[in-house]
Design a protein around this ligand. Sequence first.
Ligand SMILES: [Zn+2]
Length: 264
Amino acid sequence: MTGGWSSDFSYGYYRRLLKAIKANFQIRLFSEVPEILKLHQEKPVVLLRHDVDLDLDSALTMAEIESDFQVSSCYMLMTNCPFYNLNDQSSRAIVSHLIQLGHEVGLHFDFNNQNDEYGDIKTDFLVAEIESSAKLLEDIISRPIYSISFHRPLQQFLKGPLFIAGKINAYSAELMDWYLSDSRGNWREGEPLQMLENPRKPLLQLLVHPIWWGDEHMKPSDRLQSFFEHRTQDLSGEQIEEFDNALSGHLGVRRSKIHNRKGE
Ligand SMILES: [Zn+2]
């Protein structure tokens, strides 16, 4: 790992982050962004965002911890995730629970799971795809969504317009001025706690991926390993291989025992 900080991804540490943001920020939702940007804010604002890449259960655990602190955040959900299906009854139950706890639901958009190149794809075409995914999510949750984030940020939208397809773009220039993220299980800017205790700008977007967190600290590759083991225990060899292929391309982190399984 070059640079950054990745020493504590336990819920105990997450609770310390929540305490710090409660003490030093006003916690707002993406749906409130137009209003926030319009008015001068006395106290720094934090938008707490969660991209749910793999697992709704870990999202719900995080949502419950936040609820204990009366913190509301935004859970960005995928409509084409290889690892959960929002149409399942169990998924629907989790999503309604998230909403009941006072959290916002947004769209975590991935244009094509198989394709790393967005290259020449026309913006109009992408916007139409985003619109249809947003509609799908709205139909599932039976309420409007206000925000989107990209699983793989698209060059044309990175630090781009505030609205895309009528939704707040989490990667817009306005919301990226101060941005802290635990992508790949590493805080690239260094340990977040001190930064949350001493806000240096009026608006922070804090991105936390539920999948990297747990009761005890673990390295991201071990966290993925445990996710893999938990989710493949009842699958056939062929299904496991398929699951593994999807997993290895999904997050830019590999599960720790990947080489040991080859040839099994
Ligand atoms: Zn993602």
